[in-house]
Design a protein around this ligand. Structure first.
Ligand code: ZN
Length: 410
């Protein structure tokens, strides 16, 4: 156990050199030179450990251990190599390192697998350089389209296509069918929440990834003089927005887990001390693991807002600009993960993911499930991101046992 802990940490530190920020943390943006260096380093490590390596057209990196009996059935594990700006050392890359360690150790102990084992280092997941997320897994599954990124550029104005070409990659052939050989995908990732820490558990077996709906709410009242307009004559956009926000959040609290609702952005116009505000804008982020519940709750809050707008005499505009369904994980893979945790006395719980992951893209095409390890204080996307060596090792162990069952058992 001790050496899995120290080795995981050593490899996490090693990979963190590529894009390490002077004050701690990692910045490894898609197709940057830090990104290229990390993929090259992983490629070399895989080769040294006896994996056959290759990139796909867009720059996902794979390391393969060919199966002896079913070479055309691939059991895949891995995560994304890119990070947010000044992110932590675990988000994404821990899942790649853990998959590498697990497959390498299985090969050392049991030799060639019956089914092919493949580790993937996805090119991109975070959307932190370009306004596009899941570029890696969306290409592997054939979802990403060339036209999605033709017009986009990074914060320095570098077009996506130019950055990709400079890194040595190109668009995939969209007429080609996605790979038929992948029979299972297991992603190990940090929780980025504090549920496991609160419950004192090492591992989360993720049964579903939440669906999300995001809205921008615009309220138009009437801007007026703050001194000469009596309260009864006002169409105060902030008063209406404040009432709506209070009602929505109270309703969300009463609704209970796993529903979460956030008003994260608030703007007022003209945003001046002595003017009754004529306009207010706020955002809503609503998530739930059950599609029907998500629809029901959004319906309820829409009615609340419409009622409040009518009684406040303001105009209301509700714009839903994101509507993603919850993604359930595969029951057969979940059974494997649960059974292996139970058999090896790894303390775990079944839970949902409140954040998005490559697994939600993979799950639509391939039997998929996820494992989580705890994040201290739930902190992520931040240099303070931390998972204890014991938990990191428990995650690697759980993944190793699961991959053994999937790739070595008849
Ligand atoms: Zn991640």
């Amino acid at each position: 156990m001790e050496n899995i802990q120290t080795e995981t940490i050593r490899l996490v530190e090693w990979l963190s050199q590529f894009g390490n920020d002077p004050d701690g943390g990692v910045s490894r943006l898609l197709y940057s030179k830090e990104w290229t260096a990390a993929q090259k380093a992983l490629e070399q490590y895989m080769q040294e450990e006896g994996f056959t390596t290759y990139y796909d057209e867009i720059g996902n990196l794979y390391g393969r251990l060919e199966g002896s009996q079913h070479p055309d059935e691939t059991i895949m594990s891995g995560s994304h190599v890119d990070t947010v700006r000044n992110g932590g050392k675990y988000d994404g890359q821990y899942g790649i390192i853990a998959a590498l360690m697990a497959m390498r150790d299985l090969k050392r102990q049991y030799g060639q697998p019956l089914r092919t084992l493949e580790v993937v280092s996805f090119a991109e997941e975070e959307g932190s350089r370009f306004p596009y997320t899941f570029w890696g897994s969306k290409n592997l599954t054939g979802v990403a389209k060339k036209e999605d990124v033709l017009e986009i550029a990074d914060f320095n104005g570098v077009p996506f296509t130019e950055a990709m070409a400079q890194a040595g990659f190109r668009f995939r052939d969209e007429s080609a069918e996605p790979r038929p050989d992948i029979k299972a995908f297991v992603e190990l990732h940090i929780e980025q929440g504090s549920v496991l820490e609160h419950e004192g558990l090492s591992v989360g077996v993720v049964h579903s990834i939440v669906g999300q709906r995001r809205f921008t709410i615009e309220i138009a009242g009437e801007a007026n003089h703050a001194g000469t307009t009596p309260m009864g004559y006002r169409k105060d956009a902030v008063h209406a927005a404040g009432r709506m926000i209070q009602q929505i959040l109270d309703r969300a609290q009463a609704y209970g887990d796993p529903l979460v609702t956030t008003v994260g952005k608030l703007e007022v116009k003209p945003n001046v001390v002595n003017v009754v505000p004529g306009k207010a804008l706020f955002t809503l982020d609503i998530r739930h693991t059950d599609k029907e519940e998500l629809i029901r709750f959004t319906g309820e809050v829409t009615e609340l807002m419409q009622h409040t707008a009518r009684t406040s005499g303001v105009e209301l505009k509700i714009d839903m600009w994101m509507d993603e369904d919850p993604v359930p994980m595969n029951n057969r893979i979940l059974d494997v993960l649960e059974r292996q945790c139970r058999e090896h006395n790894i303390p775990f719980k079944l839970m949902h993911s409140g954040a998005g992951h490559d697994s939600q893209i993979m799950a639509k095409f391939v039997p998929t499930a996820m494992l989580f390890v705890p994040s201290r204080k739930g902190i992520s996307h931040n240099p303070e991101e931390y998972t204890s060596p014991e938990h990191l090792a428990d995650g690697v162990q759980a993944l190793t046992h699961a991959l053994y069952e999937l790739a070595y058992q008849a």
